[in-house]
Design a protein around this ligand. Structure first.
Ligand code: NAP
Ligand code: GLV
Length: 306
């Protein structure tokens, strides 16, 4: 059995060295140097080329190198191939810190003051009183973010696909639940997986259900947002602002209107990056489980796509 690292757009030397030290008896190959595709049973993938999957007749499992699996086109994989993802405490802590920071930044008008500083303008204003955060998605990262928001005095609502129980948030599900939640939202945080049911969920119809002072914080995937609808809502003061970490096209093209928009704060898909030392253990664990014929951990539901 061999393992293929098919992570594009970064240098994988350190990652492979760390994996090899945990798995001394397993052959680990890089996509560009792979000599024996037929020997590959496990792939660690991030933005792998779609042409890869048809070259792997003995593939048994694919692990995403992140929490999301949307860069793996499930329709190109045989039904019996397991898909696993990263579920990691450090990733959840980083996401919770990012979400809390950016909710606070919006509450304290930091973007406004940043723009005023560039014009040497001194104009103090009280912070907004708004304190209701609604989460689209209440999974691993949504729950961690909710905990840190609640500890910092925010009231949290959350929307999931299936009904859930929580002692820290008011929960909603289904179309009706979403409408109810949007009406009482000051900050809308998107932490949904990207699937056919969630793509373009932040569109004109959803934005019209938010109060005009609301802010969008998207830390999930760019494709959750209809860009023209978001820009239209911001330009017509039907939305106060947006903090965006993820984009349909990454890196965000230099001519994109988001870059210079006064209502948008953006960061380069860095809210929660997989930390090698933290995630390597679960990846190695799954490889050893596959070798031993044991059930893998952190499997997705392939039917639901997340
Ligand atoms: P997760 O544990 O799988 O949770 C997903 C949540 O979304 C669940 O609560 C799920 O509902 C809900 N959901 C899924 N489909 C839905 C639908 N159609 N309607 C309503 N709710 C739906 O995922 P996670 O680990 O929290 O990660 C979420 C996403 O964050 C990832 O998929 C990834 O795209 C993104 N991410 C971004 C960064 C970054 O740096 N920006 C880093 C890591 C991850 P149920 O509870 O009912 O299943
Ligand atoms: C990052 O975006 C991830 O899905 O882990």
């Amino acid at each position: 059995m061999s393992v293929l690292v098919a992570i594009t757009g970064r240098d994988n030397t350190k990652l492979i060295a760390k994996m090899q030290s945990q798995l001394p008896n397993i052959r680990i190959e890089q996509l560009d140097d792979c000599q024996d595709f037929a020997g590959v049973e496990f792939v660690l993938a991030w933005n792998a080329p779609t042409s890869l999957w048809q070259k792997l007749p003995n593939l048994k499992a694919v692990s995403s190198f992140g929490a999301g699996v949307d860069s793996i086109d499930l329709s190109l994989l045989p039904k019996d191939v397991e898909i696993v993802r990263i579920v990691d405490e450090q990733l959840a802590t980083d996401m919770a810190e990012y979400v809390l920071t950016h909710v606070l930044a919006q509450k304290l008008r930091l973007k406004e003051y940043y723009i005023k500083q560039q014009q040497s303008e001194w104009k103090p204003k009280r912070a907004y009183k708004y304190n209701q955060v609604s989460m689209l998605g209440f999974g691993e990262l949504g729950r961690a973010s909710a905990h840190s928001l609640v500890s910092n005095g925010f009231k949290v609502n959350a929307w999931s696909r299936t009904p859930k129980k929580s002692t820290i948030a008011t929960l909603y599900h289904g179309d009706e639940g979403l409408t109810d939640m949007l009406a009482q939202t000051d900050y809308l945080v998107c932490l949904l997986p990207l699937t056919s049911s969630t793509e373009e969920i932040i569109n004109k119809q959803l934005l019209e259900q938010l109060p005009e002072h609301a802010v969008i914080i998207n830390v999930a995937r760019g494709e959750h947002i209809v860009e023209a609808d978001l820009l239209d809502a911001l330009n017509n003061q039907r939305l106060r602002g947006a903090t965006l970490d993820v984009f349909a096209s990454e890196p965000l093209p230099s001519e994109h209107p988001y870059w210079l928009h006064p209502g948008i704060t953006l960061t380069p898909h860095c809210a929660a990056l997989s930390d090698l030392d933290s995630v390597i253990k679960q990846i190695a664990d799954n490889i050893l489980r596959l070798k031993a014929g044991e059930p893998l951990i952190n499997c997705i539901n392939k039917q639901q796509g997340y």
